[in-house]
Design a protein. Structure first.
Length: 379
């Protein structure tokens, strides 16, 4: 494919705008954007110089005839737009979560497979520079056989952020959909892509959140927290999804004789005391990366029996897209490889709807909270 790739974006918020800029960065043409609010989609498309603005997705597909669609709405709104795009013969780039449940996610994966459609699933923090660095170190035997992984994070999110899709399971909310997807992708990218088993539990610590109008951009939702939370006229919505989780998984690794255990512990509303981190423990050493998504720096404990900070290799740094923000850079990394593949060029492997569907089915299992053994009968 030598012609310019044409992209239609579904969603006008932070993700929609970020996807659009990322596709432009690799030379694609953003031919249109669809949103739910006329004034917002008109404003965003004017500011971004996107020629088509619409509210009707099916009509936009007919009018714009894109090569790729970019799905940047909350997960609960993904199913029908993606089905329509696949039917129209469009390749699909979709942010996480793929959908709000495993059954619909699997349905989309199988539909794309049957139609020969290329897909990309943007659990894209596996492209953090120090995660790519850790992957190289593990492949090179720096820690021997991988044995265990820890992913520890506490976000201390405000309890009073306005009620919205992130509070609702049916809309693709919850910390498993919006944190665990990235963490699992990070771990599988380093250790190995085959997930053998999983167990876990979730907890809804939120309760209620204030209902506020005018929140269109997830990134700026904190700015809409009401000044007076005791206002008797304020309405409240009830969260029905998890804000904390504890998950253990076993992964098959090409670098280890035995399955590798991975622990994922996340408190969405809890404060951290020390920094969040990701650690990879092996038979001969350990890699420790500061930051909940592995922003760095990276430290190695090896033959010297001491922690040493290891500088990011120059070739990894040089291959990073030049943009501010981890999220934006990771989108661009993945989109670069996705577009290469669509053009028939050599591309690095990337996650597709196969992983998106698998992740949603795993999340369904974890949310059952069915991993406890009652021991009250023991003497």
């Amino acid at each position: 494919m030598s012609k310019t790739i044409r992209v239609l974006v579904h969603g006008t918020g932070f993700a929609g705008q970020g996807h659009a800029e990322a596709f432009r960065d690799v030379g694609a043409e953003i031919i249109g954007m669809v949103g739910r609010t006329e004034s917002v989609v008109n404003q965003v498309t004017t500011e971004m110089k996107i020629p088509f603005a619409g509210l009707d997705w099916s009509q936009a597909l007919k009018d714009c005839k894109p090569d790729i669609v970019s799905i940047a709405t909350p997960g609960g709104a993904h199913v029908e737009p993606i089905k329509q795009a696949i039917t129209a013969g469009c390749h699909v780039f979709c942010d996480k979560p793929l959908t709000a449940d495993g059954d619909t996610a699997k349905e989309l994966y199988e539909l794309a497979q049957s139609k020969g459609i290329k897909t990309a699933f943007a659990a894209s923090f596996r492209y953090m520079p120090e995660i790519l660095h850790a992957k190289r170190l593990v492949e090179g035997g720096a820690i021997g056989d991988p044995l265990e992984v820890e992913c520890i994070s506490h976000f201390n999110l405000e309890r009073d952020i306005p009620f919205g899709w992130s509070h609702r399971r049916e809309d693709g909310g919850g910390r498993l959909n919006n944190n665990f997807t990235h963490k699992l992708s990070i771990v599988t990218s380093v250790i190995g892509e085959t997930i053998l088993s999983v167990m876990g539990e979730v907890r809804n610590d939120m309760g209620q959140a204030p209902i506020v109008k005018g929140v269109h951009n997830f990134k700026t939702r904190r700015e809409h927290i009401p000044d007076d939370l005791n206002d008797p006229s304020l309405k409240w919505g009830t969260s029905n999804v998890e804000w904390s989780y504890n998950v253990t998984a076993k992964l098959q690794s090409p670098y280890a004789k035995n399955p590798v255990t991975a622990l994922f512990k996340h408190g969405g509303l809890h404060p951290r005391f020390h920094e969040d981190y990701i650690a990879f423990y092996g038979s001969k050493g350990t890699i420790y990366i500061k930051g909940h998504y592995g922003s760095g720096p990276l430290y190695l404990y090896g033959a010297s029996k001491a922690w040493e900070e290891i500088k990011l290799p120059a070739d990894i740094a040089d291959n990073m897209p030049d943009v501010e923000g981890d999220t934006e850079r990771n989108w661009r990394y993945l989109i670069r490889e996705f577009v290469k593949d669509i053009k028939g060029e050599t591309a690095l492997p990337y996650q597709t709807f196969k992983e998106g569907a698998q992740y949603q089915q795993l999340i369904d299992i974890i949310r059952e909270n069915d991993n406890w053994t009652d021991v009250r009968h023991l003497s």
